[in-house]
Design a protein around this ligand. Sequence first.
Ligand SMILES: Cc1cc2nc3c(=O)[nH]c(=O)nc-3n(C[C@H](O)[C@H](O)[C@H](O)COP(=O)(O)OP(=O)(O)OC[C@H]3O[C@@H](n4cnc5c(N)ncnc54)[C@H](O)[C@@H]3O)c2cc1C
Length: 456
Amino acid sequence: MQSNTARDRLAVLAGQLYSFDEAELLIGRQPTAAAASRGRTSAFPQATTAAEFPAAVHDALALDGLLTAEEKEVRRRVRAFAESEIAPIITEYWERADFPFELVPKMRSLNIGGGTIKGNGCAGLSITGAAMATLELARVDASCATFYLVHTFLAMLTIELMGSEEQKRALLPGMASKELAGCWALTEPSNGSDASALTCRATKVSGGWLLDGQKRWIGNGTWADVVVVFARSSVDNQVNAFVVRKGAPGFTATKIDNKIALRCVQNADMLFERCFVPDSARLPGVASFSDTNKVLAISRIMVSWLPVGMAMGAYDMAARYLRERHQFGAPLASFQLMQEKLARMLGNVQAMFLMAWRLTKLAEAGSMSHEQASLVKAWNTLRGREVVALAREVLGGNGVQADFHVAKQFCDMEAIYTYEGTYEVNVLVAGRGATGISAIKPASRANQRAKQQVQA
Ligand SMILES: Cc1cc2nc3c(=O)[nH]c(=O)nc-3n(C[C@H](O)[C@H](O)[C@H](O)COP(=O)(O)OP(=O)(O)OC[C@H]3O[C@@H](n4cnc5c(N)ncnc54)[C@H](O)[C@@H]3O)c2cc1C
């Protein structure tokens, strides 16, 4: 243990040689008494748990410098919130597979409600600004980031882009302030990757529609007040979208238990049995499945940032742990094999950030393609998987315990790899962009379709 005087001298010396952040990293942070006790356990006093979240030391190439002042400010306030409000409590919620509802009203003060949406009480952030909010939530907890993503960039954005003015006025202000929670129901038990073949039916009746069918995996689905549901219209057999309110007769949502990833997210199996919705509940802007792409274009950008934030959090934790934990008379950080893994994680984090950042800039310029979004989503989740696996390795036994963060990130990354288009399907979209040939459908079906087109 260094004396205060020795530590102070070291701090002065480090400050002369390094930037403030680097010096802080070298000499170790000086936590407050409360914070110090928060991150310590008597069973393993050698290292600090994620309840006292590690300092952000992942920005090796000063990529924060790519952000505007406004984007930096969003990042700063969401990071402060995530570290002080989410980190101390989230492991217990994750262990219990419970959602931290107490955080929802607290999130209001962040002024990120509605993300990029302008008006109706929404924050009107730039796409990069909204991405920074997603990134910083994901650095500490991917379930909280997923709540924000599904609520904002799927449910709210579908209403904003394809709802009537009346629907927007009725729903968006309450959703922006998070008095109303939203979810987005596309996936079905029989149609996951092949989502465009969805079979949920919307039968036209006098004054409205009757919904029949099942949905699966719907995030926030057990408790959301506003459910955006996609169903095939009996009028023209095209995919339409409807808003169903919590508790509507004929609608039930059942929690999916026993997940190993995103355990705080309440995913639901949904059943619609002659569930009546009035004409006013149909979103007029959704006339076919391809309209979902307008929303997915933005939400896939946010999903591309999620693994970046998660990898940053895993790296920050690993960097602190390797300094704190000693074996063979030296900190783990002094061993070459550990440094190789740290450097590999750090390189991945920089590359992932740059991929997501460039994608976002293309979107802001209005020139992003689906193929580009799929490439970045797929590549970032692949690299993210590598980072969290390395972080898990370097923490040894504590790498499989959620208290030390990396085990939680390791498990959660599996869901990010799979949702909003699996790795494989996104890679195939990118491959189609690279070759001009689609390999998504089996050759026989694709050939049949091509033949039909020629005959027609
Ligand atoms: C935690 C979580 C949260 C989710 N949240 C939501 C939500 O809020 N709303 C919602 O609508 N959905 C949600 N989903 C559903 C998610 O989008 C689907 O799980 C995903 O699209 C994959 O569908 P599937 O699980 O049916 O897998 P499948 O489509 O059955 O795929 C299984 C495997 O086959 C591969 N595969 C499929 N087709 C091909 C192909 N053509 N070529 C090569 N390989 C292929 C896949 O890549 C995968 O590896 C969520 C899922 C999870 C796990």
